[in-house]
Design a protein. Structure first.
Length: 242
């Protein structure tokens, strides 16, 4: 059965790999980008593109309500190409704003549209120091300092907005470090996850998984991934056919 899906952040690294998977599964996808130049690329992948800024709450609400989605997927980020180290300090602040203010706007728009499920991108390397591997029930690093505090604060805000979006079922995918097409790297430090497998977890979460967080990464010593494997049916070896 296909669903009406609103995918925010469709032109990002994960979004570009997720749209083809959603379309192939029979879903009707409304896909957002902030750049009009990328709209036709999304249309070519089989989505209905919408140009909208997540910080324009009224425009975002109108776009989501018009799409009438049953499911909203949040893959919004604001990071430089290839995670350019010279630009990461400024990008960290922008990205934290998207995770907080942007997520809040998207949650409110999803509620207004009557969506039933919200799936959101988070990260898996913000757990508080402690015994490893970390499970999803372990606390996040709320005591972090410096630039890490900015990142962790954004993640905590995002997860609070998503998991507190009742009556919507909120699912948070805590991704490992991405590698593969569109990420600027073909390797990544642990915990790592290929961008195609990361997108695959979002596809599976459309129909599977109870409310809560899921670690999504290749087998490693930093975090456990049993929950995603068991509840979502996810496997780290998934790749899109080129």
């Amino acid at each position: 059965m296909g669903y009406r899906i609103f995918l925010a952040g469709a032109s990002g690294a994960i979004g570009r790999r997720l749209v083809p998977q959603l379309v192939a599964a029979g879903h009707q996808v409304t896909a957002t980008t902030r750049q009009a130049a990328r709209a036709e690329d999304l249309r070519a992948l089989g989505a209905d593109p919408v140009v909208v800024d997540v910080f324009d709450a009224n425009a975002l609400r109108a776009a989501v309500v018009a799409a009438k989605p049953e499911i909203v997927i949040h893959q919004l980020t604001d990071l430089p190409a290839g995670l350019d180290p010279s630009k990461m300090a400024e990008a960290t602040t922008r990205n934290a704003r998207i995770r907080d203010e942007g997520t809040r706007n998207l949650v409110e728009a999803a509620k207004a549209a009557g969506a039933k499920r919200l799936i959101a991108q988070s990260i898996a390397w913000v757990y508080a120091p402690g015994a490893e591997p970390h499970a999803e029930t372990d606390p996040l690093d709320s005591g972090a300092e410096g630039g890490r505090a900015v990142s962790v604060g954004g993640v905590i805000a995002l997860e609070k907005h998503v998991l507190g979006a009742s009556p919507i079922t909120g699912i948070v995918l805590r991704y490992g470090h991405l590698y593969g097409p569109g990420t600027g790297t073909e390797t990544a430090a642990e915990p790592a996850v290929h961008v195609d497998a990361a997108a695959y977890a979002a596809l599976l979460a459309v129909e599977r998984g109870t409310q809560g967080a899921f670690n999504v990464a290749e087998p490693n010593g930093r975090i456990t991934t049993d929950k995603a494997v068991t509840e979502l049916g996810w496997h780290a070896g998934f790749r899109l056919a080129e």
